[in-house]
Design a protein. Sequence first.
Length: 384
Amino acid sequence: MAFNEAELIKIRRELHQIPEIGMQEFMTSEKLLKIIKRLPQKYLEIKVWKTAIVVHVLGKKATKTIGYRTDIDGLPVTEETGLPFSSKRPGYMHACGHDIHMTVALGILSHFADEQPECNLTFLFQPSEEILSGGKQVYENGVLDEWMPDEIYAFHDNPQLPAGAIGCRMGTLFAGTCEIHATFIGKSGHAAYPHMANDMVVAGAQFVNQIQTIVSRNIDPIQSGVITLGHFNAGTTGNIIAGKCQIDGTIRALTQKNNLFIQKRVQQIAKGIEDSFDCEVKLILQQGGYYPVENNKKTTAYFIDYMQHNQDVNFIETAPAMTGEDFGFLLSKIPGTMFWLGVDSPYSLHSEHLAPKEDAIMKGVNAMVGYLKKRQKDIFAAEY
Ligand SMILES: CC(=O)N[C@@H](CCC[C@H](N)C(=O)O)C(=O)O
């Protein structure tokens, strides 16, 4: 029997209590595996790679494979929701809702473990979406190879949409991102003798200010980009000149062209700081697999049409968002569609207060089971 709503909510709460960060999702992966092994195994084959799990469901007419991906990692956030099933791991939380993502995936899988699908289905329980591009790692290590999907789907939960609503759009859904890690190395010294030191607070502050001219002065205003430098650390106390400064941040752009252009400007500015402050700047720009999430024309038109015409689905056409997702990498290799699932919360993703509404879970499962059934039938009909 497919999991019912009460069973899924129980699973979600158990997963919520054991958040683990990217590539360290050991308890999560073990728990998922236990749940998957409770399902009828007749059509299933399971493969484990590090903390990733791939489940292949053998279809009746196994010529095509549809993929479905969920991420499984949590964040280094101290939960402050006050929920009775709050994180049991201090300092870690499912603050991006991946516990909801995993639960919906299990709900869909449980349906097709019970009722054999027409096409093959490949379910990917993917580690490390927030850091280290888990999707890229899985793909490049050949983990999907033997069950490679012909098309693939995934969602991200969205606190700003009503619980259970499906949001999507043709074209780009999310930005491509790139992490910035900049270390400024000068010379520390006494506050009274600046001429004998090389002050990295001043160099770092110049870097921050100059970076903020990239989007405002170099990007076409009709397009968009964001550079947020969320971490600045320098010095120890007020009367010592800091010889070192560490700045970390992230670039976001809706096209890969603009992302690469911003990366180039960050490099130029870092070089300029090095020259003008006579210091060393170690700059690391890390994009990994965080490409813009570009929805495939064909699968997305089909997806939107199905959701719009399904009376049980509250479909909302959404604008592009500056959030990032390493599903962008998988979509650069496999045609497919990413969408939002509304979870209705006044708090944003990554907030320590985020408490997604659980009635989104069953609505998400039903929408996707319905979609996958229809899609399989139509793929099969088109083939024969
Ligand atoms: C949905 C979401 O919040 N995704 C993350 C992805 C992180 C990308 C990477 N670590 C970076 O910061 O560039 C996001 O922050 O948008």
